[in-house]
Design a binder for this molecule. Structure first.
Ligand code: UD1
Ligand code: MG
Length: 467
């Protein structure tokens, strides 16, 4: 009924993320939740999702490696509560109680369950509606290790941890995902009554289910079919498995938008990859940070591309490494880069620019149609249109203390094996003879040669071997 929709607004959501556990099976000095999936710490995935719920408050429970975890994710709008020692999931959420208002819905998430969708969480919060205990559950063929959802004539009665479960209970295949939504005031009451008389001697958060039933509160299970969303990471093998499954979904999503992947199983996106139409990506490419590929862009095999915008029609050939880092990299329309090229932060290639094998470009602009096709370094430079930068030539941009700029005006031809000692300007249309070391500005239109004159000695006799 319409009047239902006009009832009181939904209660605010406060998120609690449990991230204090040791993660023993990772066998790592890095706290488990800081291990990376798709280039981001596990807990950052959870935080992104939580953020999209527009929660009022987000409390992260830290313990093992707390300093490192807080340093890695600290900042805007997060609160931390430390759990020392770590006495179980119930004990973890108890640490958040002083930071939680009584009027909201508390959504409990795990820092090691990275791929939960915001829509699933919204549905769980809606099922709670500020007045029920809502559990996210899933059917598993092999429920070993998980808390089982015990029902009586369909109604949820309790969650029993695997180690505490009877043989009959262990046959239950509906398991608790580790994620729940509960009215804050009721949750606080239950948490205060937890005990650790169980097989693991821990304070189980899952014991609140039995308490809710005893209090006469409705307990609802929101069951999903997608196991990936609730898959936890406990070991390197599980992390790798989740990484592949996640990458495959990313690849499928790209293909659904028309991107042609040579092999969806051989793509890694560690950030965001935005593609125009008719983009082709060959095998074994890694995309990091924010990468944008314009219409018709082709990426050859074995490229690593980070923080870069590649414009319409450009082709990146095999084994090219592009890293825009903070300054970014742009590759202009119909440019051709590689094979074996390296573009570093601040490289800005105009349209139709060609960068060939073993050429490095850093903090340099190359205007339309310029070419550096072989074995060159162009750093801290402004290169005009239609410049040809010869094989083996470099800008000497660093005097040991400071960096200086090289300006190459339009239509310059730099011969092979030149050293352009910055700061220096090569005038428009000038030609630099091969092997020159240029330390002074060159006049427009002139040929400049700066090397020892070639000398020939006629009738030269090589020294003979003395006996
Ligand atoms: C928990 C659930 C189980 C569920 C499973 C789903 C309990 C008692 N059991 O079991 O029903 O099927 O998740 O994956 O809740 N943590 C802390 N402090 C602690 C202990 C854990 O912050 O003292 C954190 C961990 O870092 C982790 C999360 O809580 O992020 C879950 O802990 P874990 O030990 O993996 O719980 P499970 O035994 O898997
Ligand atoms: Mg676990």
């Amino acid at each position: 009924m319409a009047t239902d929709n006009l009832a009181s607004p939904p209660p605010p959501v406060d998120v609690v993320i449990m991230a204090a556990g040791k993660g023993t099976r990772m066998m790592s000095s890095l706290p488990k939740v800081l291990h990376r999936l798709a280039g981001l710490p596990l807990i950052s995935h959870v935080l992104h999702t939580a953020r999209s719920l527009q929660a009022r408050n987000t409390v992260v429970i830290t313990g093992h490696g707390a300093d490192a975890v807080e340093a890695a994710i600290g900042g805007s709008g997060l609160q931390f509560a430390r759990q020392m020692p770590q006495l179980g999931t119930g004990h973890a959420v108890q640490q958040a109680v002083p930071l939680l208002a009584g009027d909201g819905v508390v959504l409990v998430l795990s820092g090691d369950v990275p791929l939960i969708h915001a829509d699933t969480l919204r549905a769980l919060v809606a099922a709670c509606a500020g007045q029920r205990l809502a559990l996210l559950t899933i059917q598993l063929n092999d429920p070993t290790g998980y808390g089982r959802v015990v029902r009586q004539s369909d109604a949820v009665r309790a969650i029993v941890e695997h180690k505490d479960a009877s043989d009959a209970q262990r046959t239950i295949t509906e398991v608790y995902s580790g994620i729940m939504a509960a009215p804050a005031h009721a949750l606080k009451g239950w948490l205060a009554r937890l005990h650790s008389r169980n097989a693991q001697g821990e304070f189980y958060l899952t014991d609140v289910v039995g308490m809710a039933v005893a209090d006469g509160m409705d307990v609802v299970a929101h069951t999903i079919a997608d196991a990936l969303q609730v898959a936890g990471v406990n070991s390197p093998a599980q992390l790798a498995e989740l990484e592949r499954a996640h990458q495959l979904r990313t690849a499928q999503a790209l293909m659904e938008r028309g991107v042609r992947l040579q092999d969806p199983a051989r793509l890694d996106v560690r950030g965001t990859l935005e593609c125009g139409s008719d983009v082709e990506i060959d095998v074994n490419c890694v995309f990091e940070g924010r990468v944008q590929l314009g219409d018709g862009v082709k990426i050859g095999p074995n490229c690593v591309i980070a923080d870069c915008a590649i414009e319409r029609g450009a082709v990146i050939q095999a084994f090219t490494h592009i890293d825009g880092e903070k300054a970014g990299v742009t590759v202009g329309e119909n440019a051709r880069v590689g094979p074996f090229a390296r573009l570093r932060p601040g490289a800005r290639l105009g349209p139709e620019v060609h960068i060939g094998n073993f050429v490095e470009v850093k903090n340099a602009t190359l205007a339309a149609g310029s070419k550096a096709n072989h074995l060159a370094y162009v750093g801290d430079a402004s290169v005009g249109e239609r410049v040809n930068f010869g094989a083996g030539s470099i800008t000497a941009n660093y005097d040991g203390v400071n960096k200086h700029r090289t300006v190459i005006e339009a239509d310059v031809q730099v011969g092979s094996n030149c050293v352009l000692v910055a700061p220096v300007t090569l005038g428009a249309g000038s030609t630099i003879g091969g092997g020159s070391t240029i330390t002074k500005d060159t006049p427009a239109g002139a040929l400049t040669v700066a090397r020892g004159k070639q000398v020939s000695v006629a009738g030269w006799k090589r020294p003979a071997k003395q006996s």
